[in-house]
Write a protein that binds this ligand. Structure first.
Ligand SMILES: NC(=O)c1ccc[n+]([C@@H]2O[C@H](COP(=O)([O-])OP(=O)(O)OC[C@H]3O[C@@H](n4cnc5c(N)ncnc54)[C@H](O)[C@@H]3O)[C@@H](O)[C@H]2O)c1
Length: 439
């Protein structure tokens, strides 16, 4: 393909050289004439292992050149990658000056170009930026319409400086956000020789995935450091701990626990986070990330209370009472805390949970139910139909499979608040208004 790459910084120069190495004809564009000259002389404009050789080889075989002339670059290519910087302003907001400017320059060049051109946003931008900034700037300056006059995709970069070429060759995935298949195809074709799954999604989702990824990486670093700091105080080898920790790919490094939903609870997680925090306090150690976990969890419960309060209806039915489907364990169940908050605010509550009802009569948790939460136990109803019949708001508290069927029997004037993204039912099969706690 014929590709122009705007911005010859870390991302742009690695992408430009690597695309050329894959057989594409690449024009790099930068406002900095020194970077352009450097690339044309076969030297890397940045320090990155292996990049000098890649640029030298591809500049000499004619597949890679650079220019400061946007119009010429657009004319000579069918697709452009935007790799300009999107730095932080002092207040933390994203500075889109370079992005805005490069879109205007590309748009001005597109105004006189006859053929369809796809603009690929590779810079990291917050969700909404492509729709609110990139597309309007391109439309304003080109006089063309997005979708017919030109295409746009979002293709976040996952490379790490220092191993950038290797990461380009073998990234975790090739992520393409698009609204039209005709735009995704040429973007995908660019990566034909890259070893990675192509993942297609919409533009805003692709923008968000980049932020979720980088914030996750940042969280991992701070988490590991905090665990390390505690290990050092306790004279335990933190590397041995984390090496073994990382061998658990079922629960520790996996998709498990990574579904947005309700607060955690149960007999282990809250207790163990608290105990670890307390131990850190005893050895005078601050662990700001770990210390914020229980507060964040509490806020998620409050968030559910607020969602229910916003509806302004008083009869609430809880479907699911234990912290997890298929268990009768109510210890530190966030639904119990939610129920108590609602009761305290004067809501009329009824609760359905098959496992808890059985436990109330014969199970291991009978004592807990009868002594710790008799006021809630009295609200347990044996029939799920009765809960549905007598409630204005239905809150799905755990993923018990029977709830999917029950939701089919709701009425349009009711509202379902789903805390766990109930499975086995399509939204359109739920007659009531449906809303998820964080989706
Ligand atoms: N550096 C990384 O490891 C990395 C990894 C993934 C994503 N990203 C994201 O990629 C984007 C680029 O990052 P970077 O580190 O390569 O930035 P950078 O600052 O190293 O390079 C940006 C380049 O864009 C050029 N530029 C600015 N305006 C231009 C214009 N109008 N026309 C042509 N060129 C122009 C600048 O002169 C500069 O050379 C950012 O959004 C960043 O968040 C960076």
């Amino acid at each position: 393909m014929k590709v122009s790459v705007f911005g010859l910084g870390y991302v742009g120069s690695v992408s430009a050289a690597s695309f050329a190495a894959d057989g594409h004809t690449v024009v790099g564009v930068d406002v900095n004439p020194d970077k352009v000259a450097s690339l044309n002389q076969g030297r890397s404009p940045i320090v990155e292992k292996g990049l000098d050789a890649l640029i030298r080889d591809n500049a000499s075989n004619g597949r890679l050149r650079a220019t400061t002339d946007t119009r010429a670059a657009i004319e000579a290519t069918e697709l452009s990658l935007i790799c300009v910087g999107t730095p932080s302003r002092k207040n933390g907001s994203l500075d889109l000056t370079y992005l805005d400017r490069v879109c205007e320059q590309i748009g001005e060049a597109l105004a006189t170009k006859d053929s369809y051109h796809v603009v690929v946003v590779r810079s990291t931008v917050l969700p909404g930026t492509t729709h609110d900034v990139v597309i309007p700037a391109l439309e304003r300056t080109s006089g063309k319409k997005y979708g017919t006059g030109f295409g746009v995709t979002v293709n976040p970069e996952f490379l790490r400086e220092g191993t950038a070429i290797q990461d380009f060759r073998s990234p975790p995935m090739t992520l393409i956000g698009h609204n039209y298949r005709s735009d995704a195809q040429p973007t995908e074709a660019l990566y034909a020789r890259v070893e990675a799954d192509v993942v297609s999604t919409d533009i805003r989702t692709a923008e968000m995935i980049k932020y979720a990824s980088n914030t996750w990486h940042a969280l991992k670093v701070c988490f590991a450091n905090e665990v390390g700091n505690l290990c050092k105080r306790l004279e335990i080898d933190s590397h041995e701990v984390m090496d073994i920790f990382c061998r658990d790919e079922k629960l520790n490094l996996s998709a498990y626990y990574m579904k947005p939903g309700f607060a955690f609870g149960g007999s282990c997680l809250p207790k163990d986070v608290r105990a670890m925090q307390y131990r850190a306090k005893e050895v005078d150690l601050e662990m700001p990330v770990i210390q914020s976990i229980l507060g964040s969890n509490q806020l998620q419960i409050q968030h559910a209370v607020d969602m229910i309060a916003d509806l302004g209806k008083k009869r609430v039915g809880l479907l699911g009472f234990s912290f997890k489907a298929g268990t009768d364990d109510l210890r530190e169940s966030p639904i119990v805390i939610l129920a108590e908050a609602l009761l305290g605010k004067g809501y009329q509550l009824c609760i359905y949970d098959k496992n808890v009802s059985i436990a109330r009569l014969v199970g291991a948790n009978r004592d807990y139910i009868n002594t710790q939460i008799p006021h809630l136990s009295a609200l347990l109803i044996e029939s799920i139909e009765t809960v549905i019949e007598t409630s204005d708001v239905l809150v799905v508290g755990n993923g018990s499979p029977e709830f999917a069927d029950a939701l089919r029997k709701t009425r349009p004037e009711q509202t379902v608040i789903d805390l766990c993204r109930v499975k086995g039912i399509d939204r359109q099969d739920i007659p009531a208004a449906y809303t998820g706690i964080c989706w």
